[in-house]
Design a protein around this ligand. Sequence first.
Ligand code: NIG
Ligand code: FE
Length: 432
Amino acid sequence: MCSDLSCFHERLLCIFDTMKILIKNIKTLVGIHDVSVQKVSGEEMAKLPCINDAWLAIDEGKIADYGSMENFPGIEDWRFLEVIDAAGKFVLPSWCDSHTHMVFAGTRESEFVDKINGLSYEEIAKRGGGIVNSAELLRNTSENDLYESALMRLNEVIKNGTGAVEIKSGYGLNLESELKMLRVIKRLKEVSPIPIKSTFLGAHSFPAEFKSNRDAYVDLVVKEMIPAVAAEELADYVDVFCDRGFFDVEQTERILSAAGSYGIKPKIHANELDYSGGIQVGVKHRAVSVDHLEFTADNEIEELLNSNTMPTLLPSTAFFLGFDYPPARKIISSGLPLALASDYNPGSSPSGKMSFVISLACIKLRMLPEEAINAATLNGAYAMELQHEVGSIAHGKRGNVIITKEIPSLAYIPYSFTADLIDKVIVNGNVF
Ligand code: NIG
Ligand code: FE
């Protein structure tokens, strides 16, 4: 198969033409939640409804029906039908990755080496590295080059089983370059076979030119960037890195209020480096999700319990930066839901591989395989307001599923943490 960018582009576009697909003899069909189930919380997270020895039919890109092979009704019309025999294999809803920064220019492995030599993430940021380093690279990269590299990353994550994704701006840090990033995401949406949500993250860091006048940068975000983003309808959500050394609660509040006046809801980077107040300000502004949460106190759990905000954990970031992991068990046992996402970005998680995120969730956060899979599918969909479309095996949802290789059990998926267990990825009812 041709692997260059133009061929990939064509493949993306032709995958919109759908046909019927029947997957039969499935060892276990996993993650069957009716479309009315929007998210799973607390003890429910350990329940992942499955059917053993199952079939699944996808028609016109959507899940048409499924059931046990025992009750398979037979096939009336074989025309345009592709049949896949999944004996010994598991079929799962595709991963829903609700937090990524996959539009970026250039990688940051020199900072990776700095970290090995003892510098912390915050120290690197303070001396002009980190997000500001990525901003400098991005400002000097054309929209087309950015688009092409992001398209390759999108292709890569789809092949690794991602069936819906959120992508943030935040490496522009001025009007022109933030708009450039968001236009790239818009172009990705136009060609992508999987749904994409876009998030404006102008408040990702303070650019070098505003180092000594941080509030003036917040003014720029509020008075120029948000109105321009809203006018071009470039963002589904707004995000702020509300944390120690970055944006404080007051600044975050100003940005969320400004975006709110255009009907743009928040998703917040909160409590990665410290107890930042980000959870509270997110809940107050009805954030769709609050993400990171390495630091989560009891009173913050209480706030979340009185909200519809999805707490979202990004364990590959804690892994890569050597941080303490967020208290997933405490959050789940309080009755809250959890989502898992990759945070795919060049500085703190240079990987968009959701299967690794799920393994880390089990190994380091002590989430059960069922909890981790619910968190990376249905709850991830909820964290992008896509729960009606993706995230579970349900009638009418998109036919975006993963067919594994022959594996012994569900727990084998997170257990075999570096194995490539994907046999096929189906997107809108087509083999990708
Ligand atoms: O989610 N924490 C803030 N933003 C990203 C890191 C971005 C970067 O370092 O480039 C994150 O970890
Ligand atoms: Fe992030």
